[in-house]
Design a protein around this ligand. Sequence first.
Ligand code: HEC
Length: 272
Amino acid sequence: MNEQPSFFKSVVKKGVIGAVIGAVFFGAATALGFPPIFRYMFVAYATLGTAVFILLDAPALPTFGGLKAVVALLAFYLVLSVVYIGGASLWPQYDPEDEKGKIIKLLEAKRRASEQGKAEELLVRAKALSEKADSIMQRLQTLGGPTVAAPAAGGAKAGGAAPASGDIVALGKEQWELQECYNCHKLEGKGGKKRGPELDNIGSLLKPDEMKEKILDPRSWMAEGFEKEYEKKKMPDKYKELMEDKDVDALVAFLATLKNPAVNTPKPIKKK
Ligand code: HEC
């Protein structure tokens, strides 16, 4: 019986070849920057291949018969099952529920962060609004009951309370946006597609009352160099209907702050 030694020789030979192949795989995978798990997997494949080739040379088992064959088959099946199931359970498991849990956790944290952010923003805004309401209430109190509505602009002009004039300028800027003056007038480099004069320096050229005149009656003044536009009545004659007196006063208070000599606002000419 010289089958045993020759099988032993073949095990050694194929084992060495398998080890070399495994080492080459490992080296190549490392050189190519594969993650470690893949390097070990390649070595495992080489080992598996070696085992299969060795098994091919294994001496034949004696033939089983009858009950012995059934028991051997069942034992073989049992071993295989244990190896498969046991081996598979050794690998890191992918559990969809687990992944879902992780994702929910991540999203939950994000959602809470953004909701908290929103809530904080709202709180800040609410606080600002309530401060504004307080300051308006104070103004109302200093102005006294019956005279409340009328003299906002007058008060500001006569050098009234500083916060009041700041508020009215802000309201005036709102009117600038609301009435869409920016459609025709460039301000701070923005707007003015319909080619009216830039108004960045209008505060140095017109007194508040004169601006009010121009807004309520565009025929009253004409920007120098805009004769054609003036003749074509480009500037709309609608603000006296659209705007309340206090809105005009606020808008004028805002325009009065525009005193930028670097911008060439045309000289207004009195027309009527
Ligand atoms: C549809 C275009 C248009 C809109 C909207 C418009 N304007 Fe004018 N505006 C003009 C034109 C054009 C001129 C120049 C001709 C003239 O003086 O009438 C002008 C002139 C002026 C002037 C005189 C400028 C100077 O240098 O003499 C002032 C002040 C002015 N507009 C204010 C306003 C305000 C405030 C609003 C918004 C309530 C407004 N305009 C809305 C077209 C417009």
